[in-house]
Structure formats: structure tokens, C-alpha cells
Design a protein around this ligand. Structure first.
Ligand code: F6P
Length: 321
């Protein structure tokens, strides 16, 4: 293998830079040329490449975002776009591509692999919604960012005897909401995977804890449940008499310095991905399970299902009262 490319695609996630760094350094150390692809699959279509060397990834291990920029490419989803990307890869002698991103990015990697360009996916998304992994790059940083933000909100919520309804990201998954809800001692956590009724799971729960003299409340809502948190706050206020405010944490959750865990895992995964390509193994997704780094066939990985840990949900329910 003489030349590989690396790209970041989809929503950025803290730790992506650490993964890019590991890919570039591992490849350089093994005599492989690396092209950094700018703006995800769009860059692959248009030949928007930067030749990377050891020093082009200096001082990025600590930086959020992605130095390669990211995009969700509509053109790459078309047959013509895909053909162009394959042509560009052939033109530049690219024999393997490392794709850092989420499920959508892996579908692109699968399609490219099917057309003869071996790809290896590295899971990078704050949502932690990739079925073959119990951890994705950026999830740990995001969880800690949410915790810090909610701790701040808690201070003022407590001072005013209020209820704060806080919406967190996660796309269609509730992993961020469930775990941040536990870490922040939320009175109720609403996630898309588990059916709920506002009356029973929020209002009655709040009233019960009010009777034990609790006066301030944190309610965590996953964006995937599709609720309007302002409306929910108004409903809570009118039904419980507790003054309520809504906060949507939004994109603050996606930025910032990656945690040690995200840096270490991203480094391990980046190194692992290049080793796969060096051994002529493509069409794989690098995964993390119980701190171990392993790999799966992309097709299989995309067909796997991931469910919420009910034990964890029950713990949250029992303790945050
Ligand atoms: O997948 C990461 C994520 O941040 C989701 O949690 C969220 O639903 C989505 O991306 C937001 O996308 P955008 O940055 O395009 O608004």
C-alpha cells in the first residue's frame, strides 16, 4: 500500500483530530503517503486533498472540531457523485480510505468499498449511536460538556426553586440523555427508546418529590423524543406550580477540548485502521467494546442494532427521586 486518504464526515466530534493525527503518523512511520481529504466526501469527489506529513498533525491532539473540515455530501449520495469519487481515487493512486464519522459516513464507505476502493471506518460521533461499538469518539467529551453545563444551570435552578428542562443532542438515540441525566441527578429523563407519559413520568414524579421537600428539579430531554422543551416547561409550571425554564444546549455540546478518554481511544483507533489497510484488509469498521479495539465487516456493522441499557435506566429511575 503506497497511498491512503483520510477524511472526516458528518457532524464533527471532539477527538476527530486525534484520530486524524494517529492515521497520519502511523502511515508516515510505515512509509505510506497520506492525503488529507478536505470537507468529507465532497473533497473526495473534487480531489480537494492536502498531502500530510508528520508535522501537519502537530498540536491538534488537544483541539476540538476537525482540521480536515466536515460535510454531509448530497452529491456523494448519487451514483454520479460516487463514480466521480472512485475516479478521483484512481487518479491520485489512493488505495485505501479511512473514514472518520457516524453511520451515514459508513454507508458512504460501504458504497465506495463495493466499487473497489477499500475503506475502513472509525466511529466518530457525539451520539454514541453506532451499533457495533459501546463507545464512539467524541461521546465522552460531549457527556462531560453536558454535565458541566447542567451543573451551571443547577446552581441557578436551585437559587430560584425552579425546574429546568434541558434538551440534549443525540439524534434519534438517548445515550447522551440517559447518561448525562444520571450524572446530573435529573428527576426525569425522557429518551426515544423508552415510552413515557408526561403526566406519569414527569408531573407525578415531581409532585412526589415535592412532598419530600424537594424544591428544584432538572429534567433531561433527548432531542430524539421530538418534544418542544419550552412547551414542556410551561406545562410543568402550570401543573406543579414550580416556575420552569427551558434550555436547549445545542452545538455547545459538539465543541471543546477532547477528554483524555477520547484522545486515547481516537489514537488507538486511528492506528488500528491504518494497520488494517496495511494488511490489505478493507471494508471494515473499527469498533470499541469494553475498552478493547476490534473490527467488524462494514455491512454487518450497519445491520446491527443497539439498545439502551434498561438496567441503567432503572438505576436512574430509582435513584433520582
Ligand atoms: O450527529 C451529531 C449531531 O450533533 C446530532 O446530535 C444532532 O442531531 C445533529 O448532529 C445536528 O446536526 P447539525 O450540526 O447539522 O445541526
Amino acid at each position: 500500500m503506497k497511498t491512503i486518504a483520510v477524511l472526516t464526515s458528518g457532524g464533527d466530534a471532539p477527538g476527530m483530530n486525534a484520530a486524524v493525527r494517529a492515521v497520519v503518523r502511523t502511515a508516515c512511520e510505515n512509509g505510506i503517503k497520506v492525503l488529507g481529504v478536505v470537507r468529507g466526501y465532497n473533497g473526495l469527489i473534487n480531489g480537494d486533498f492536502i498531502e500530510m506529513d508528520l508535522r501537519s498533525v502537530s498540536d491538534i491532539i488537544n483541539r476540538g472540531g476537525t482540521i480536515l473540515y466536515s460535510a454531509r455530501s448530497a452529491e456523494f449520495a448519487t451514483e454520479e457523485g460516487m463514480r466521480k469519487a472512485v475516479r478521483t481515487c484512481r487518479e491520485y493512486g489512493i488505495e485505501g480510505v479511512v473514514v472518520i464519522g457516524g453511520d451515514g459516513s459508513f454507508r458512504g464507505a460501504r458504497d465506495l468499498s463495493e466499487r473497489g476502493i477499500p475503506c475502513v471506518g472509525i466511529p466518530g460521533t457525539i451520539d454514541n449511536d453506532i451499533a457495533c461499538c459501546d463507545y464512539t469518539i467524541g461521546y465522552d467529551t460531549c457527556l462531560n460538556t453536558i454535565m458541566e453545563m447542567v451543573d451551571r444551570i443547577r446552581d441557578t435552578t436551585e437559587s430560584h426553586d425552579r425546574c429546568s428542562v434541558i434538551e440534549v443532542m443525540g439524534r434519534r438515540a438517548g445515550f447522551l440523555a440517559l447518561n448525562s441525566g444520571i450524572a446530573c441527578g435529573a428527576t426525569a429523563i425522557l429518551i426515544p427508546e423508552i415510552p413515557f407519559e408526561i403526566e406519569k413520568h414527569v408531573i407525578e414524579r415531581m409532585k412526589r418529590t415535592q412532598r419530600t421537600d424537594k424544591k428544584h428539579f432538572i429534567i433531561i430531554v433527548a432531542e430524539g423524543v421530538g418534544l418542544d422543551v419550552k412547551q414542556l416547561a410551561a406545562e410543568i409550571q402550570s401543573k406543579t406550580g414550580v416556575e420552569s425554564r427551558a434550555t436547549i444546549l445545542g452545538h455547545t455540546q459538539r465543541g471543546g477540548y477532547p477528554t483524555a478518554k477520547d484522545r486515547v481511544m481516537a489514537t488507538r483507533m486511528g492506528n488500528y485502521a491504518v494497520k488494517l489497510l496495511m494488511n490489505d484488509i478493507g471494508n471494515r469498521v473499527v469498533a470499541a467494546q469494553k475498552e478493547e479495539v476490534l473490527d467488524f465487516d462494514i455491512f454487518e456493522a450497519l445491520n446491527m442494532k443497539k439498545s439502551v441499557d434498561m438496567e441503567l435506566y432503572n438505576v436512574a429511575h430509582e435513584v433520582s427521586i
